[in-house]
Design a protein around this ligand. Sequence first.
Ligand code: PRP
Length: 214
Amino acid sequence: MSLSQNVILLNPTNQLTGLYTTIRDKSTSRADFIFYSDRIIRLLVEKGLDLLPVEPHSVTTPTGQAFTGVRFQGHICGVSIMRAGESMEQGLRDCCRSVRIGKILIQRDEETAMPKLFYDKLPEDIADRYVFLLDPMLATGGSALMAVEVLKSRGVPEERIIFLNIVSTPEGIQKFTDKFPRVRIVSGCIDEGLDESNFVRPGLGDFGDRYYCI
Ligand code: PRP
């Protein structure tokens, strides 16, 4: 599949493959699933931060020398798609102290795989921010598309949305880039695809259950 330039993947290093091997393994304990998922989440957040625009910025070092570097331009916030997306909030907080975080509760109907919006609470000035949209799984794309509709209805332009996910599918990415070509997707891995029940193949199971419950 040829990828849009707005789909950015983590480098498939041996280290990353090792992290994915652990979280895909059905015999991995919940403690290890959390620990290794958190490591991938941190890499996704760092990759997302690389996409933010910067402006020139000069400082004076302790030796009295001038150094011209850069600083981030603009403000960011996170928006997690509950429940599984909440697992990515700490990774964002670890990199961006006291970052504002909004929530959108969308649940995928387990029978039909159709998403349903239950609730949203977003920072008032979200239209002026870069938004890191957080959800570990992009399967059919239904949940994420609905979340972007909510963000756009609050005035966030597509080009200021960066969607971070751990596992995506070619089907989900296609649907997403067809509808919102200017949203950037940062994904750790594109899996083979969806099975007849719309589960990700090979996938890693139900991320929310494995991170929070079992
Ligand atoms: C899962 C996952 C995504 C969504 C992906 O959530 O966390 O939000 O499904 O599927 P889609 O791309 O086909 O919409 P789920 O609705 O199972 O809820 P959870 O976060 O409570 O686990």
